[in-house]
Design a protein around this ligand. Structure first.
Ligand SMILES: C[S@@+](CC[C@H](N)C(=O)[O-])C[C@H]1O[C@@H](n2cnc3c(N)ncnc32)[C@H](O)[C@@H]1O
Length: 273
């Protein structure tokens, strides 16, 4: 899967959107891999047909660390050429693929690959994760996931380094619209490539989504207060049922839910490295 001289991967549809990746931006801005990095360099890999997501990422990260830098990397040279018109202090664009090329061999604290692997085969995911994760700083993090076009539904894997399975799985949802789209399991359509074909009986991610829908339904009465209160109670219910839910109310109130990857990992051991 090589395109061009050294770029690993292939050009795919460049669909993107303003504010589409805000939930991922927010999560990265709060993550220790970024907050405590000696060099807070973040890569937006596969930024697409327009540079908006990279620009927004920089703006959100700079509120937390004014020394943050973002490099947008795209495998399509035409998209890079157009994006370069938007370069500014802290933001640059360059051609590349999963090998994540950076000047002087610099290593990123975080790589975000959003809506990139969706257009690859499931069998290609492990190699792409490994190639990207191998470029991280010590303690760095790869966020690889999917969102819908308007950014109301998103989920992603957090991958730490070479030779380990992903460490986390996160769902992030716009809570006020959840009932109109059928509940939290709407995320089934926007799972990372590693999981999207695994939402079937017998698989862990299927069990999680069923349990989450059941908790959401059980807490319906709380919607008279707010969808946020209802979500927090649903997540607390999951935890009470034994799901090893991470974080606390400060993250849950944003519509997030993070669990160890092992709670959703495919049962056939695919992607367990
Ligand atoms: C659907 S767009 C996503 C744009 C943006 N990340 C978003 O979520 O809105 C996917 C982009 O990833 C690029 N892409 C695909 N494989 C890549 C790779 N291996 N390295 C860099 N970019 C890649 C495609 O050319 C395309 O522009």
């Amino acid at each position: 899967m090589t395109a061009g001289r050294a770029a690993h991967g292939r050009i795919t549809r460049g669909t993107t959107g303003v504010n589409r990746l805000r939930r991922m931006d927010r999560w990265i801005a709060s993550h220790p891999a970024f907050r405590t990095a000696t060099a807070p360099l973040v890569v937006d890999l596969g930024f697409g047909a327009a540079p908006w997501t990279a620009l927004e990422l920089l703006q959100r990260l700079r509120r937390v660390r004014p020394d943050a830098r973002v490099v947008g990397i795209e495998i399509d040279p035409e998209r890079v050429r157009a994006a370069r018109l938007h370069e500014r202090e802290g933001l640059s664009f360059r051609v590349g693929g999963f090998e994540v090329p950076l000047d002087g061999g610099e290593r990123p604290a975080v790589i975000r690959a959003a809506n990139v692997l969706r257009q690859y085969d499931e069998a290609e995911v492990g190699a792409a994760w490994r190639r990207m994760a191998a470029r991280l700083q010590p303690g760095g993090l790869l966020l690889e996931g999917t969102s819908n076009e308007v950014g109301r539904v998103a989920s992603w894997a957090g991958v730490r380094a070479v030779d380990t399975a992903p460490e986390s799985f996160t769902i992030a949802l716009h809570l006020d619209s959840l009932d109109s789209v059928g509940g939290p399991s709407v995320v089934a359509e926007r799972l990372p490539k590693a999981l999207i074909h695994r939402n079937v009986p017998g698989e862990r991610v299927h069990e999680l989504l069923r349990a989450l829908d059941a908790q959401w339904a059980r807490q319906a009465a709380l919607s008279t207060f707010s969808a946020r209160q209802r979500w927090i109670a649903a997540v607390q219910g999951l935890r009470a049922d034994g799901w090893p839910v991470r974080d606390g109310v400060a993250r849950w109130r944003l519509g997030e839910l993070t669990l160890p990857w092992s709670t959703v990992a495919p049962r056939d051991g695919a992607l367990a490295r």
